[in-house]
Structures are given as structure tokens and as C-alpha cells.
Ligand binder design. Sequence first.
Ligand SMILES: C[S@@+](CC[C@H](N)C(=O)[O-])C[C@H]1O[C@@H](n2cnc3c(N)ncnc32)[C@H](O)[C@@H]1O
Length: 792
Amino acid sequence: MRAGFVTGWWSGQGRLAAGLLTRAAHNAQRWVVRETSRTLSTPLWHRVPLVLWNGVRPTSFTFGGLRMVHARSSRTASAPSTPTPVASARSDNTIFRVYLAPALRVALRASCNERRSRVFVPGTQPTLQALSEAIRERFAVLHKLEGSNVRVVLAVGHPESEQLVETDAALWEVQAAGQPLYLRWDPQADEQALRAFLERPRHFPTAAEKRIALPPFYPPSAKLEVVQCMHLLSFYRFVPLEAPDELAAALRAYLHPLNVRGRIYVAREGVNAQLVVPDVALSALQQLLAADALYLPELAGVRLNLDPTPMPLEVYHRSPPFRSLHVRCRRQVLADGLAQELDLSQRGQELAPAEWHAALDDPHAVLIDVRNVYESRVGTFQGAAESRPLRTGTFRDTWRALQHQLGGMPRDRRILTYCTGGIRCEKAAAYLHTRLGFSNVQRLAGGIVAYAAEARKHGWTSKFKGANYVFDERLESRVTEDVLAQCETCGTPYDSYTQCAHVPCHRRFIQCPKCRRRYTGCCGPKCQRALELTLQNGIGELHWYADSVSRPLPATPSEALLEEVEAETHRRYPDAAHMLSGRLQGMLLATLARLVRAERILELGTFTGYSALCLAGALGATAARTVITVEHEPGAAAIAQSFFDRAPTALAAIHLEHGRVAEVLRTMVQRNEPPFDLIYFDADKKGYIEYLQHILEHRLLSPQGVIVADNVMFRPRYGKRTHVGVEEVELDRHAHKVARRSASLADAMDAFNRYVQQEPRVVQVVLPVRDGVSVIQWREEYRQGKRGDGGG
Ligand SMILES: C[S@@+](CC[C@H](N)C(=O)[O-])C[C@H]1O[C@@H](n2cnc3c(N)ncnc32)[C@H](O)[C@@H]1O
């Protein structure tokens, strides 16, 4: 017997029409259905088995409206009669790593989250059929294959692998070897079907095209142009659904015209929705789901958890909690990882927020926070009740944590459970009742969201302290001003979550703004280092582009001369040639010199004379115009002088001062040197602060003058890079030395930037050109003044 994993063909339109017909039976007066079902008899696509037993090996057959096409493969070995046991299976589930192959990802336009997943299959010897169902549930994007005639197979090891999983035994082998699985096109795919799918028209029918009559109370438009604010709203209901996909289709059809965004899961066990609703559409949505409404009978009278604070439209635009509407069919609306379905008919007693508020004073009650540890960290209920945190990482861990926390407890003890919106408590309470035998389980109706709204409405002192963690892009919604958590990097009280800026890590964690700045948005130095390497590459590319589209000033020394300086520098200083300013920075210096109408320029750090030549070019030759440049290294000074001697006469005179910058600056003051209109800092980084103080103190900068400081965004180099990532930075001994030195230079530059930022006499702007250029000027009130008066 052989089995193949396939996705098949079925009539998507027919499915919708069939769904609508069924719905029409509920409320015939509201629906106009012009389409009729075609071949459909089993509307649940995800219930259709995807494994073919091919004793007779059909190439295709139709099952409940789904045409199944067998995935032929190069593997011919038949399944052994005694299956190999699975080597590694955790708890009640077996976990598979499944990826979408790149070609499939692109074709399905899978989002980042949908590109790979761990797939949990109940049992330790899962069948291929169970895995295929779990995959269908996990990779909702496979829905897009609906209506196509293309096949997807499960390949082992790599995206192009032709080793396919076709039998349960092959699956167990894969699991035992810990190999990843790739969802890919069938290697023997029908080219035509594939092309038809890839070139399919991307048109999403509107409600009018679907011929759905919208309710009369709908607003004429819910477009964001006519909206003032958005409302955050959630609802869920555990209700047995015969045809979740019908309800999903109906929800899409009804909610799209209201411009509702968010995420709705629909399964045979019920519905779970988190939405953001335009203000003009809120009352229509409420009417749609009202107790007496017939539009969505499965949801009639569902409790709507409305966030009491509407979101102004500009806030929504800045950080929308949801950007579009996703209605997805899943195996469960709340995946619990339990091998056996819970009996949800016994799920404890619901307490209204006011009853809950009072119940928390019961010293004999046990309070169970059913949320995960990262949620409890930023906000919890506090009261007399004894609190037993579950500290779970995912909802699937709840069962073991409950057994652990409540193991030896009398079964008639009063248990109070709460979660964000109430849905998790329903399953937890059912488990406590039916599996652990607790008889007095009570849960907070509507969860923290409903409690916070009621507390605010009635002016109670909230017993929930801190922030309510939410699963949209806001990450939390504040209930009280209490701060229960700490910054994970410095330990100061703070409770806002962020995500590590280093994309491969992307860890969600708590970090204060100070540490966020310090670690450039990363969760720690390791990720920061990795990010810096990425940025170095990125900036390199941007610099290259900026250089290629810039055009030098006409008076700049000839490109040929500058190229010669560069070539000579590389020849004589192969390891230090990067110190030379280069074309783009040379152009920037010349432009700034022109802008401030500079006559006198001072450069600290000549090296081989590249930037001095650019500056002299910007001034042009007149008697009053001069560039003074300072260099202490005789070899570099000699090279620079040789080029200055050969410079065209159209350039301003360049006077090279041999010696250390500090001394030269002192002698300048002694000999009463007139002030400069542009001073370029490009010598030793650790002296920048001292030079600045001296220049300001002795007014060596003219009132309109500008200081240009180079390398102010200098970032440490961390040795040889193999490829970007957290673990990939190799440091050899020499690299260690370089790293230490460059780290100390980076610190010096950071100290300089911060010094200038707080220096009252100047203003500065930092430009991310190369490794950062700071442009510093006198503040207006300090422009005029006498030498030695400190500029004041
Ligand atoms: C980055 S390079 C200058 C590059 C040059 N401005 C250009 O763009 O072509 C720095 C130069 O400053 C010199 N230098 C460093 N510290 C110095 C100091 N205290 N006094 C004088 N020169 C110094 C170094 O010898 C080196 O040649």
C-alpha cells in the first residue's frame, strides 16, 4: 500500500455557493443567491483525507467534491508491515519541522510567519493523513491552491528534494532522523496546471460581485477617509460548527464591506476573533451580531469585548494593530495540543466582572492566571485569593502546569481562572472540571479586557495591576500605572515589550528606551554586534550609490589628481588607506565650504592631502584664501606636500603645519591667528573634545563658521566576518586587538557626540555619510564675542 500527500482540486466558487445556500435556509429573506452548487457534497476541505491508499493506484478520483490527484514519485519501496517506532516524540504530540519551498512561497505569496512552522501531530506514531491535516491547518496559505489543479508534495531534507514522503513508515523514518520536511510542487507536476495557477487572475470579488445583499443598516461607506477613530474589539464562541468554511466565507463577505481588519479563526469547535473596526461601522457590526440578528446565526448574541479607548485614526495609521482581514479555517480556534477533545459542555461558572471583583477578596480561593509567563510579567490580578502562576510558554503547556500547581489540592476548593479575553479560561475550566475533577471552578467572563472596561466605567480601584499584554501590534494595553516588570538589560522598572532589531533573533522582550538606544534596538551586545555588521554592509551600498549620483563642484581639483593621491596612498599605506576621506566626503566638504563662503580653512589631520586638496578647490585662488592643514606623521606629510606642490594654480594655497594638533592650536592662539570659516576635524578621535573646547574658548571659529567632524558614527570592527549572524563572528588574536582599539575609538566618538549635544555654545547635526559627519556651528547668541571670553 502506498500513500501520497496531495492537495487537489475543488470548486472554490461552488463551495461558497453551497455555503450560501445552506445559509439561505436560515435567512432566505436576506440572501440573494444566484449561483448554484456544482459537484459539492462535503464542504469541509480540511476534513477531506489527503492520503490515498492505492492498492489499485488510481491517478485521480473525486472525494466529496475534491478531485484527488495522486502524487507519483521516484520512490517505489512499499511500506514495511511493522512500522518503525518514532525516535523522538514529546508529550502527546509528535513535532515536525515543515517549510514551504521557496518557489511555493513566492507563488502563494506566503507571509514571513507562514513560511515555516513546527507542526504538532497528536500521538507518537502519527499517520501521514494526520500530518497532512495538521499541515493544512497550520499553513492556511495553502487555501490559495483552492480551485487549481496543482499538486503539492512533502519532500525530505531540502526544498528541491525528490525524496518524497509517501507512507506512514517513511514519515516515521523522517521523524526519527529529525529531518525537515519541505512542501513543494510535485516534481512531476503538470506544467500547464502549474502555469495556469501562477498566471491566475488576482482578483478578489466584491460583495456585489458575489451577489450578497448587505444588511440595510450598513453605513454607505466605511472607508478610512470618513473615519475618525478605530475600535478594538474581540469576540469568541465555542459552538459546534458543521461547516466552518461556510461561516468563514460569510464572515468575509459581511466584514469586508465594513472595512473591518483583524484575524478570525473558525473551526469545528467555534470562532475566535480579534478585530479593529472603523467608528462608522461599529454599530453595524453590533447589529450584525446582535441576539435577534439572523445574518450570522452561529454568532447571534455573542459577547463583544470592546476596548474602552478608541484609537485615533492617526495612531492607527502609525501602528495599526492589524492591516487587513484574515478569516481562516483551523482545526481548533484555540490549539490545545490535547490528544482527546475536551468536553466543553462543562466549563465552570462564568463570573461577571463585578462578581469577580468581589471574589478576589475570598482568602480561600485559588487564583489561576491562564496566560503565558510573558503576559503575566507585565500585569496580574492582585487580591486576597492565593495566586498560583502557571508560568507557561504556550497554551499547550497549561495542562501539565495545572496538574503541577493543583496536584494535591482538595477538589472542592474554589478556583478562579482568568485570561486576556476569556477564551483560554473556557478550555482550562473544562480541563479542571472534567480531567482533574475540580467542582468549584469559576472564570472571569470577557477576561481582563472586560474587567478593565467595567472597572473604568464604574470607577472601581482596579485589582488588575499593570498592563494587559495583547496579541496585536500594540503588544500591551495599559490598565493601571503600576509597573510590575523590569528592563531585561538594565533591571530598571519597565514593562513595555519590544522586539530585537536583529531580524534573525527578533526576540520579544522588555527593554527600557535607554537600553534600547544603547543596544541599537537589540536584546544584547551579541545581537547588536551582528546587526552592526549588517548595517556596515548596508551603509557601504548606500554610500556607493550616493557617490555614483553626486557631481563635484567645477573648481574641485581634477579627478585625475585625486585619483593619483588615492593610488599613492594605497601603495604607501595599504592598511591605512581607508583613512582617506574619499570622493563623496570631499564633495561634501567642498559644498559646505562654499555654503559658508569660506576664506580660511583649518584641517586637523592631513594624511596624504586628499581632503585638503578638495577644500582648496572649493576656495579657489585669491590672496586671502588659504587652507592650513596639520599633520604630525612626517611620511604622510611629505606625500601630501608633494601633491600640494603639484596642485593647479586655480586652487587656494595650502599651508602644511608639521606637528601635533594641540600644539599647533596653542601656537595659533599665541600668534593671534585670524579665525577660520571651516575647521575639519580628522585627526586623533580622542582629542576631538579638547580641540573643540580650545577652538570655542579662543574663538578660532568665525561667527558664521562651521566645524565638520569626521567619523562621529564610527562603529567598532569585530574582526574577520564569515557571514552575518549572531554566532558567526570569528575573532583571532590580531582581530581581538583591532576590535579593542576600534571599540575604544567608538566610545570616544560617542563621548564627543554627547559632549557636543550638551555644549551650550553650539548646535550640531550628524549626517550618516560614510561613518558619520557632524556639522557644528555657533548658537546664535554665541556667534559674536572676543577671543578668550569663552564665547559668551
Ligand atoms: C584620518 S587621517 C586624515 C585623512 C585626511 N583628512 C583625508 O581625508 O585625506 C588622520 C591623520 O591625522 C594624523 N594625526 C592623528 N593624530 C594627530 C595629532 N594629534 N596631530 C596631528 N596629526 C594627527 C594622522 O597621522 C593621520 O594622518
